[in-house]
Write a protein that binds this ligand. Sequence first.
Ligand code: UT7
Length: 323
Amino acid sequence: MTVRAVVCGVGHYLPKRIVENNEFEATIDTTDEWIRSRSGIERRHFATENDTTSSMATEAARAALQDSGCEANDLDAIVLATSTADFTFPSAATMVQHQLGMTQGFAFDIQAVCAGFIYALANANALITSGQANRVLVIGAETFSKIIDWSDRTTSVLFGDGAGALILEAQDGNGGPSDRGILSTDLNSDGRFRDLLYVDGGVSTGSTGYLRMQGNQVFRHAVEKLASTANNALKSAKVSTNEVDWIVPHQANIRIIQGTAKKMNLPMDRVVVTVQDHGNTSAASIPLAMSVARDRGQIKRGDVLVTEAIGGGLAWGAVVLRW
Ligand code: UT7
């Protein structure tokens, strides 16, 4: 018998404020046409004054709990991926724990920027397969609107806010690729590329700072590294490309998503795409896409998913799982 971390619930939360591309035309030198053609983004949700990373994470968690039929006190752990926690500390995860009324177990944040949810899945999988937890709530939640320089047209049009959550639970498998649950993980980072994507603030500067990105440089790394990490994860899972039902990519740019699918020889009708409606929600983008795709009827029980992301660090990775 092999212990597998199996998805038993999924949910998401999007803040009510929706901003269409053309709203940016009033304040910066940009056009709806430029944003759509270069990124695939048409609109994004931004946090209202009532939304914080921890409040959105809590709403996504409640939706996932309801989907799973579990209560908060049935959880052993919360792993929350974010680069925009409400405070320097405590972790957003412990704030979610409290807001859910969960008084047992443990909770912590993971910070790997846009690759955060991949890192969170890998950590939750390790907790479950090593016997340290039986049921783990894994959340990606971000409020990138708080770290945007609204005068910078090269970044301000790209990002959005939101949260998505999965619940993973220990189930017995036979150790092969026909098992449900996480089948493999592949994590990578390379700090030499720090200057391509970073926030120019933090405890060393005394201010929160703003996101800075050399987008076209990140783009160059993205397609190659994403296809490579996804192929590595597929190989470890002993799953061939033609057995993949869905790629669930980080939703940063439709051209990166198309380029990665092409490099992997997978058609776009097997790719979950939400970037047009959410923009880039960093660590929230993958669980948001999974939840929306499940609601659309795209992802079904037994389907093989490969999910991949890259972001600041650079940090990147992929997970293969059977839903
Ligand atoms: O999630 C974390 C990882 N992040 C990513 O994966 C993002 C990766 N990068 C990208 O998605 C793309 O590089 C962008 C969407 C950010 C930019 O697209 P691009 O095709 O790489 O454009 P570029 O940066 O090479 O800029 C082309 C031109 C420049 O003008 P010049 O120098 O050619 O005159 C920019 O100044 O487009 C200009 N530009 C804009 N024009 C209108 C940049 N932003 C805008 C804008 N509106 N908002």
